[in-house]
Design a protein around this ligand. Structure first.
Ligand code: C2E
Ligand code: MG
Ligand code: MG
Length: 416
């Protein structure tokens, strides 16, 4: 207003072009049927524009577009010798959550836009107030997660896999944590789903695999008893065409013999594309890796894959193990899983072993390996090295098994 209508018109046109550059051709927005064919962004009136994203694949896509618009508009414009700075406030509504017709969506997006303005401008607000709060939080978290690897904020904890009969530590699972700058140590459940949704999991997964192999090699070089390390895989990593090559590169770089690396796949990863899964798993087997099915029993998969895929280990999900209570149905179910694995010559790891009752049950059914709080929670690398040394120093035969060591030494390892 202060620079006159002409300048105002130029600013609006430039803003329109900037917004247009932020959306795909398919995100067509028109003001009226009679407007220019190549118009992609409509001005509703005054300083209000509408963008229609027609290929809605999730809020992360919207966040990307909205973020781009904010960034572009924030750049100062030169108009008639004046430097003009504008900011945008964006309100978002999407169907079906926020309305099923154009009028409702426009109204709700408008409401959200006003909230964005009153919250200080240069913001993106989603229509529902509670959801909107969550979205912004998520957006922050996503931005921070993108830098977590390069800022060295990820850390691995290690949980031993213990031989049920002898008490020796034969394996270890690497479990990632995020040392968040203000929120403290975040567990994988708090950021892996977001990492998978946004694709950040590929960087995280690479880091985890490299760090797990490097650490395992370092323990061996320090003279500790060699153990196998298990690394969890996400479906996103597994779908990468160069996944096998990446694993190969990590093994070469860290000099870890492949037999000391086990990859854990959930049933949903395996069942996602059975044909290509089979091809990849065969390649990994040829390289000498071990493969396990994680959280067995929680997926919706057919049992047929167990005999057709080159699997070494089946990890019985902790929800079953924790439910074992003498001779209840769960106990019989677990016994049946163990028997089935045995007949297929697949070894068994029981997860979530928390009590002596669980352990005795598993010992009675000749389960080889157990993992759970009874032995140790996941612990930092140095603590695990201590445990390994402790276990390696102890002769395997004729001494009390690991879990019968003084409760003090077990709880000393039990810090999370
Ligand atoms: P998971 O692979 O099934 O790992 C076992 C989880 O069970 C771990 O939780 C562990 O702390 C917990 N646990 C172990 N023993 C017991 C027990 O006796 N009782 C109970 N109640 N829980 C026990 P955590 O570390 O929070 O990890 C959760 C999940 O996050 C993992 O489940 C895994 O699916 C995923 N995850 C962890 N690290 C990675 C990673 O590097 N990449 C990917 N893609 N996923 C990861
Ligand atoms: Mg696992
Ligand atoms: Mg599991």
């Amino acid at each position: 207003d202060s620079l006159g209508h002409r300048v105002g018109d130029v600013v609006l046109k430039r803003a329109a072009r900037a917004i247009q550059g932020c959306v795909r051709d398919s995100d067509l927005v028109t003001r009226h049927r009679d407007c220019d064919i190549d118009t992609q962004v409509a001005r509703l009136g005054g300083d209000e524009f509408i963008v229609l994203i027609s290929n809605f694949t999730g809020v992360s896509g919207i966040n990307i577009v909205a973020g781009r618009i904010l960034d572009l508009l924030r750049c100062p414009m030169e108009v008639d010798g004046h430097e003009v700075v504008v900011t945008a406030s964006i309100g978002v509504a999407f169907t079906p959550d926020h309305g099923a017709d154009a009028d409702t969506l426009l109204k709700n997006a408008d409401t959200a836009m006003y909230e964005a303005k009153s919250a200080g401008r240069n913001n993106v607000f989603y229509y529902d107030a509670t959801m909107n709060a969550r979205m912004l939080e998520r957006l922050d978290l996503e931005g921070e997660l993108r830098h977590a690897v390069e800022r060295d904020q990820l850390v691995l904890h290690f949980q031993p896999q213990v031989d049920v009969a002898s008490g020796a530590i034969l394996g270890v699972e690497a479990l990632v944590r995020w040392r968040h700058p203000y929120q403290g140590l975040l567990s994988p459940d708090e950021f892996i789903p977001l990492a998978e949704e946004t694709g950040i999991i590929n960087d995280i997964g690479d880091w985890v695999m490299r760090e797990a192999c490097r650490q395992n090699r370092a323990w061996q070089d320090a003279g500790l008893a060699p153990v196998r390390i298990s690394v969890n895989l996400s479906f996103r990593q597994f779908g990468n065409p160069d996944f096998v090559a990446r694993v190969q590169a990590v093994l070469a770089e860290t000099q870890l013999p492949p037999k000391y690396l086990e990859l854990e796949l959930t049933e949903s990863v395996i069942m996602n594309d059975l044909h290509s899964t089979l091809r990849i798993l065969r390649q990994l087997k040829e390289m000498g890796l071990r493969l396990s099915v994680d959280d067995f029993g929680t997926g919706y998969s057919s049992l047929a894959y167990l005999k057709s895929l080159p699997l070494d280990t089946l990890k019985i999900d902790k929800s079953f193990v924790m439910d074992i209570d003498g001779d209840n149905d769960t106990a019989r179910l677990v016994a049946a899983i163990i028997a089935m694995a045995k007949s297929l010559q697949i070894s068994v790891v029981a997860e979530g072993v928390e009590t002596e009752l669980h352990r005795d049950f598993l010992a009675g059914h000749k389960v080889e390996l157990a993992q759970g709080y009874l032995f140790s929670r996941p612990v930092p690398a140095a603590t695990f090295a201590d445990m390994l040394q402790h276990a390696a120093l102890r002769p395997v035969t004729g001494t009390p098994p690991f879990w019968e060591a003084s409760s003090a030494s077990i709880s000393a390892f039990g810090s999370h």
